[in-house]
Ligand binder design. Structure first.
Ligand SMILES: Nc1nc2c(ncn2[C@@H]2O[C@H](COP(=O)(O)OP(=O)(O)OP(=O)(O)O)[C@@H](O)[C@H]2O)c(=O)[nH]1
Ligand SMILES: [K+]
Ligand SMILES: [Mg+2]
Length: 435
């Protein structure tokens, strides 16, 4: 498959009122001429009969749009075909496009890749776009939009520019070693590196809120057998996701449901009841329950209100990230601490959801500040901070310069468009003007 012009459905597979097929590349205009009988005015919807040039058969009547580059999503010439969203219409259009010169099906992500290569967006914005398409809750959508707007990219690029200035000063002094003592020279650079390292470390100490929001907050239901963990999960999910029975030791595998908790995404996990003396299969379930509880961002310790003495068996599992929930309050009063609910009658469920939402907000809300949303960002910032740490204690100007250079490179990888040498050129040009 060759061809510099790519095409692909922009909408999901299946039957739909409308499907959009996008074409990007040098032959995008030619594809409109060949199939829609002409190229409409830029950025204006135009109704046309869409004809397969190979057979002369009409595929559909639909809207076509023309976005000449560089003012398009990819920065290239782009054509859009808005057709009826039936499988035969789409396959007919794709087949017609595939027979045109220079045209081929796009690889996954290729439109966005071209947009990146043409400087339409940086890597964090491309990731934000992916996150927006995957967003299931309002908080995820807000975070993705913030990242698409370039908030995090601006911070990373500002840091990279500051750091490159510092590097330029160190390098300039290395080139003129007689003018200054290394100590005088490295003092300001060290101070700048220290300030930046502090800023980066502060960003990293964010409780991973951006990453957790992307993935969903992991909440585990734990407790003794038969306290009603599965009943509670079903009540929260609004469906029979897990088996409920009066038999102690019903749940063995970890069962997950996805919830939208007032805009925050939650992955709720039901687990095996924890007790001693279980058979080997149940014991494996209990091992999985403990592992999930440990990995969770938040735990709901579910106890049976008719058995308040159970609370002493679970003191070791209680911490700041654990909410105590007394279930079966339709049978017994709520013991002193914790939230009372009844999975059977629904009593207290509203309060439980509200309490969970408050916890989720505390863990995930970031105000409007851009945050680290991926391990990739975190790894780059960690590496940058580590390089700065070395530069701060370094005594040899050449080695300090090298560490600063590596620190800028690490920042540059976040957006994928910072080049140390380019930045240095700009900065040294300023130096010359000043001298
Ligand atoms: N009266 C009453 N019974 C409940 C309530 N919640 C659960 N039950 C009953 O308690 C029993 C155990 O419920 P499950 O949801 O299976 O409990 P579990 O904690 O998941 O149990 P394991 O998976 O065995 O650890 C079932 O008979 C439920 O019908 C409640 O709020 N009130
Ligand atoms: K049970
Ligand atoms: Mg269960």
């Amino acid at each position: 498959m060759t061809g510099r012009t790519i095409f692909a459905p922009a909408t999901a597979r299946g039957r739909a009122g409308v499907a959009v097929v996008r074409v990007s590349g040098p032959a995008a205009g030619a594809s409109l001429a060949a199939i829609a009988g002409g190229v409409p005015a830029p950025r204006t919807a135009h109704l046309a009969a869409l004809v397969d040039p190979a057979t002369g058969e009409t595929i559909d009547r639909g809207l076509v749009l023309w976005f000449p580059g560089p003012a398009s999503f990819t920065g290239e010439d782009v054509a859009e075909f808005h057709v009826h969203g039936g499988p035969a219409v789409i396959s007919g259009l794709l087949a017609a496009l595939g027979r045109l010169a220079d045209c081929r099906m796009a690889e996954p992500g290729e439109f966005t890749r071209r947009a990146f290569l043409n400087g339409k967006l940086d890597l964090t914005q491309a990731e934000g776009l992916g996150d927006l398409i995957a967003a299931e809750t309002a908080a995820q959508r807000r975070q993705a939009l913030g990242q698409m707007a370039g908030g995090f990219a601006r911070i990373a690029e500002d840091w990279a520019l500051r750091l490159t200035r510092t590097l330029a000063h160190v390098e300039a002094a290395i080139d003129f070693p007689d003018e200054d003592l290394p100590e005088d020279l490295l003092g300001p650079a060290r101070a700048a590196a220290e300030a930046l390292e502090r800023e980066i470390r502060a960003r990293l100490a964010d409780g991973r809120r951006g990453e957790i929001l992307r993935d969903g907050l992991s909440v585990a239901l734990i407790g003794p057998p038969n306290s009603g963990k599965s009943s509670l999960m079903n009540a929260l999910a609004g469906r029979d996701a897990a088996i409920v029975s009066a038999h102690a030791g019903t749940t063995r595998d970890v069962i997950e449901v996805h919830l939208d908790l007032e805009g925050y995404p939650v992955i709720l996990a039901d687990t095996a009841g924890i007790r001693d003396g279980a058979d080997p299969i149940e014991a494996e379930g209990i091992r999985r329950a403990r592992a999930r509880a440990e990995a969770a961002d938040l735990r709901l310790l579910v106890l049976d209100a008719t058995r308040p003495a159970h609370v002493v068996d679970f003191v070791a599992l209680r911490d700041d990230a654990t909410v105590l929930v007394w279930n079966k309050t339709d049978l017994a009063p709520v013991p002193p601490d914790g939230l009372g609910v009844s999975a059977t009658t629904g009593a207290g469920m509203g309060d439980l959801v509200a309490a969970l939402a408050v916890r989720a907000e505390g863990l995930l809300a970031s105000g409007d500040a851009p945050v680290v949303t991926r391990e990739r960002h975190r790894a780059a910032l960690e590496e940058c901070a580590a390089c700065l740490g070395r530069a701060i204690v370094g005594r040899d100007p050449a080695l300090v310069a090298e560490d600063l250079r590596l620190a800028v490179r690490a920042l540059g990888r976040i957006t994928g468009r910072v080049d140390v040498e380019d930045l240095l050129d700009v900065i040294f040009r300023d130096f010359c003007i000043g001298k």
